[in-house]
Design a protein around this ligand. Structure first.
Ligand SMILES: NC(=O)C1=CN([C@@H]2O[C@H](COP(=O)(O)OP(=O)(O)OC[C@H]3O[C@@H](n4cnc5c(N)ncnc54)[C@H](OP(=O)(O)O)[C@@H]3O)[C@@H](O)[C@H]2O)C=CC1
Ligand SMILES: O=C1CO[C@H](CO)[C@@H](O)[C@@H]1O
Length: 276
């Protein structure tokens, strides 16, 4: 029998967040992002991950509004960029993102990177936005354990989500454990390693066994690890296929074989070695 996975995880403040979302980094503002969001919502996605950095919040909002789906059924995440960190600047950046999205209160607002000397102040602004009901949840991105501990020691509200690079080559075991213990939902960015691992023999073999694609195998592996996943695509066939991951189950042995692909290898920047 297939272990059933519900559509959403429940964050520590009780808010439901879909396990699967569409990532829109490098998706062009305008027609491209509007079409990608429309396709995702047509194929059952109920979550979109953007950022002010991606410069496509306007099209994300348009895609959601034009979908005809109730706004409260779609979960929208955006992020405050590094140069906007600090208390006042974060409040202004939030206002700008919300104006572009034009979708009412936000669902999740994230600190994009842990900018040293800034992120505590940024978080104070996020707490205010949350308490004012302007965003239903707040969280962080690219935070390592020491950043999370520091933030938790110096703030009132614990982040609800930590979005980090996570895929079979970077399984972030300690961070995952820390987040689970502290009820901080881990979310995987670049879950498909930007397409670089999809022809790996372990993944193609497991994919053949289940009649699935290697991408679907990775995304299912995320779900079975209790990790929210946000693959990006602008192709409708891939958007559709990437969502078709709720009708099969990886065995424990298959999960282990995928875990063993870990090499601590990144496709993006290292948060402890990032020059902001
Ligand atoms: N918080 C942060 O710092 C970061 C957050 N993110 C978020 O995470 C999201 C996902 O990460 P991202 O870096 O985009 O990379 P992904 O790992 O999602 O990979 C996206 C790439 O894989 C291709 N692809 C998608 N589906 C398939 C498939 N089924 N088969 C083959 N190729 C496929 C896409 O091409 P195509 O579009 O042509 O299908 C694209 O080139 C981002 O879009 C963004 O929202 C990403 C980086 C950093
Ligand atoms: O969200 C993001 C998209 O990818 C970029 C390049 O890796 C990251 O820097 C950024 O955090």
């Amino acid at each position: 029998m297939i272990r059933e996975i519900t559509d959403t995880t429940i964050l520590h403040n009780g808010v439901h967040m879909p396990w699967l979302g569409l990532g829109v980094y490098k998706v062009m503002e305008g027609e491209e992002v509007v079409q990608a969001v429309a396709a995702a919502l047509r194929h059952g996605y109920r979550s979109i991950d953007t950022a002010s950095l991606y410069q496509n919040e306007g099209g994300v909002g348009q895609g959601v509004r034009e979908s005809g789906i109730n706004r409260n059924e779609v979960f929208i995440t955006t992020k405050v960029w590094n140069t906007d960190q600090g208390y006042d600047k974060t409040l202004r950046a939030f206002e700008e993102s919300r104006r572009k999205l034009d979708c009412g209160p936000l669902d999740l607002y994230l600190i994009h990177w842990p900018v040293k000397g800034k992120y505590r102040e940024t978080w104070r602004a996020m707490e205010r936005l949350y308490e004012e009901g302007q965003t239903r949840a707040i969280g962080v991105s690219n935070f390592n354990i020491h950043h999370l501990k520091d933030l938790m020691q110096h703030s009132r509200i614990k982040p609800m989500v930590n979005q980090v690079e996570y895929h079979p080559r970077l399984t972030q075991k300690e961070l995952h454990h820390f987040c689970r213990e502290n009820h901080i939902q881990l979310e995987a960015w670049s879950p498909l390693m930007r397409g670089r691992l999809l022809d790996h023999e372990v993944l193609t073999r497991i994919a053949r066994i289940h009649g699935k694609t290697p991408a679907q195998i990775i995304l299912r592996w995320d779900l079975q690890h209790g990790i929210v996943t946000i693959p990006k695509s602008v192709r409708e066939d891939r958007i559709k296929a990437n969502a078709d991951i709720f009708d099969f189950e990886l065995s424990q042995e298959e999960m282990t074989q995928i875990n063993d692909l870990n090499r601590g290898q990144r496709v993006g920047q290292d948060p402890d070695n990032f020059h902001f």
